[in-house]
Write a protein that binds this ligand. Structure first.
Ligand SMILES: Nc1ncnc2c1ncn2[C@@H]1O[C@H](COP(=O)(O)OP(=O)(O)OP(=O)(O)O)[C@@H](O)[C@H]1O
Ligand SMILES: [Mg+2]
Length: 581
């Protein structure tokens, strides 16, 4: 190409280079540092006169001032098409599956692999015929991918109205084969394949409209679904101190949430954390299919040993892939663990650009970047009248578990639900360690909100009594208050806590939650009369054990009803005593 814009490196600082160029380039354009046979991918992040500031997505060892750079006119993009599902990628969509164990999860510099297998064939079935009119984001055909029908769509950057000129017969094709020809409004013809690219930093917007998320996304985690629910297409965050259970909670969610596709953006501090995700994930069983959960999952992973710019890009890559599957009418859940590492990458990049730092040296645009990321979530109406959703949940790992820091604060401003993990609860092994007094949600869940608030009030009052009791002792507490405390504790231990490692106890579906909530609610608002605190304590201890055991019995099991009779009997015993007394 004769009109290719070229430049030379004038300075290097870590992964940041400045390049003097001739011609015109644009923000976020991709360029390559040419180093003998190696071509190192880089992105323009600032242009000042004839100087481009670029971040290099690879190790910069060996590059020197004076080395040439070639610009591409293209923005950092991901490849979209069948075959993305069940893959593991790095932040630039390099596939890591095969290389993972062998190369220590790190690609040799300059190695570029196809994100999608170009050889694999897919059984294409057309859904349009000659003469049909289609727009961007509408399907021309489908191929089976895992348990889904993967829609082969008109590329999202084709902004015209198109008439189908031809479409291939049903059969096996690979992703670069032409499957349809479309004619635009001027009569020019365009070839559609199963593969196209989309720039990661631009949200995919090939939908009719974004709607208010109203459908609950059940996670089968009671404290979430009942007390702090998340809706499909909504957003939430999980801030939590080191080791409080953020990753375990996200794993449980990816397994049990009633969504079609899970995208994990794993941004780890230590390589070990991410390697753990990669080893553990394929072992997880999908409760829906009985097969591995990986079949409907995509993992984008980074560790701090990867170049900072690739780490920064990873959440965008994840969001783009999520939006792509949403466009097919699927429900997608994007889990970013942890967004603090992403923010740290942003801080590093900003530092190298010598930008004026904001709070805690994060760039001034931290808030807007976080907001833009969560804005990519949404419940959308698609061009064919169907609906799709992408829900985004991000963990935040604030130093020392202090939520008064910029990343947590910026996130709280934009998300619809807040699941704050507490050190006190995780130390007490009260899992999931979501703090029921601190957390909130703007969504309405599976149980009527007034009832939930009443139950929550018992929890709050129970906690007040508990705090007071620590000062005045049990003797100084009235029997009535003491019972409130016991009721709060009961709700906490049998309902809010859930064993994440038992398949039955870990997964409490909506039907069971409604059933169970009613039982507990009645207990909370029953007036038991006890003769003394010891009697009350004994009663509630036994009741707690009965209900905890109940949580381990499948609902369809005969023992479930039998066990409920035991609970009833125990409850009646108190009432009988009351009547006698
Ligand atoms: N729901 C749960 N049920 C039982 N144990 C749990 C649960 N959640 C967390 N744990 C225990 O706590 C440990 C730490 O959890 P996890 O790795 O999820 O924490 P984290 O907040 O992601 O930590 P980090 O800050 O290191 O990323 C787990 O290995 C497990 O032993
Ligand atoms: Mg973790």
């Amino acid at each position: 190409m004769s009109d290719m814009v070229k430049g030379v490196i004038t300075s290097i600082s870590g992964n940041m280079i400045s390049v003097r160029f001739k011609g015109s380039i644009v923000q976020n354009e991709v360029g390559y540092v040419v180093l003998g046979n190696e071509r190192l991918k880089s992105e323009v992040i600032k242009i000042k006169g004839d100087l481009a500031y670029m971040q290099v997505y690879e190790l910069t060892k060996g590059i020197k001032v004076g080395d040439p750079v070639e610009f591409t006119r293209e923005m950092l993009s991901v490849q979209l098409g069948p075959g993305v599902l069940s893959r593991v990628y790095d932040g630039l969509q390099n596939p890591l599956n095969d290389l993972a164990e062998a190369h220590g999860f790190f690609l040799p510099r300059g190695v570029v692999l196809d994100a999608i297998d170009l050889e694999q064939t897919w059984a294409f079935t057309p859904v349009v015929k000659k003469g049909d009119v289609v727009y961007r984001g509408m399907a021309v055909g489908t191929v089976p991918e895992g348990i889904f029908k993967h829609k082969i769509m008109v590329p999202f950057n084709w902004y015209d109205e198109y008439t189908v000129e031809s479409v291939v017969k049903a059969g096996d094709y690979n992703v670069t084969d032409e499957v349809a020809v479309l004619k635009d409004s001027r009569g020019d013809k365009h070839s559609v394949t199963m593969l196209f690219e989309w720039p990661v930093k631009i949200p995919i917007d090939a939908y009719n409209q974004k709607l208010v998320p109203v459908k609950p996304m059940s996670t089968r985690i009671r404290i979430v679904d009942t007390f702090f629910p998340v809706n499909k297409g909504g957003t939430y965050c999980i801030p939590g101190p080191f080791g409080a259970g953020k990753t375990v909670l996200q794993q449980l969610t990816s397994r049990y949430a009633d969504v079609d596709i899970v995208i994990i953006a794993a941004c780890g501090e230590r390589a070990g954390e991410v390697v753990e995700t990669l080893r553990e994930f394929p072992k997880l069983e999908d409760p829906r299919t009985g097969k591995t959960l990986m079949e409907r999952t995509v993992i984008i992973c980074n560790t701090s040993s990867m170049p900072v710019a690739a780490r920064e890009a990873s959440v965008y890559t994840a969001a783009t892939i999520g939006e792509y599957y949403r466009q097919m009418g699927l429900d997608v859940l994007l889990l970013a663990d942890s967004t603090s590492r992403w923010a740290q990458a942003m801080r590093e990049v900003s530092g190298r650009l010598e930008e004026i730092p904001g709070e805690e040296a994060f760039p001034a645009y931290l808030e807007s970047r976080i907001a833009e990321f969560y804005e990519r979530a949404g419940y959308v109406e698609l061009p064919d009248g169907t609906y799709g959703s992408m829900t985004i949940g991000g963990t935040v790992s604030p130093a020392g578990g202090n939520f008064e820091e910029p990343v947590t604060q910026a996130t709280l401003k934009v998300v619809g639900a807040f699941h704050g993990l507490s050190r006190a609860r995780s130390d007490a092994r009260r899992y999931p360690a979501i703090d029921p007094l601190d957390s909130w949600s703007k969504y309405s869940g599976v149980i009527p909100v007034e009832k939930v608030m009443e139950a929550h009030d018992v929890l709050r009052r129970g906690n007040e009594v508990h705090q007071m009791m620590m000062v005045v002792g049990e003797e100084g507490t009235s029997l009535e208050d003491f019972v409130v405390y016991l009721k709060g504790e009961l709700l906490d231990s049998v309902y809010l806590q859930q064993d994440g490692f038992d398949p039955v106890a870990a997964s409490c579906d909506v039907e069971r939650q409604k059933y169970m909530f009613k039982v507990i609610y009645d207990i909370l608002f029953d007036t038991f009369s006890f003769n003394n605190k010891e009697e009350a304590r004994k009663f509630f201890n036994a009741l707690r054990q009965l209900i905890v055991d109940w949580n381990y019995i499948p609902m369809e099991d005969d023992k479930f009803m039998e066990h409920e009779k035991l609970i009833d009997k125990h409850l009646k015993s108190a009432i009988t005593e009351k009547a006698v007394a």
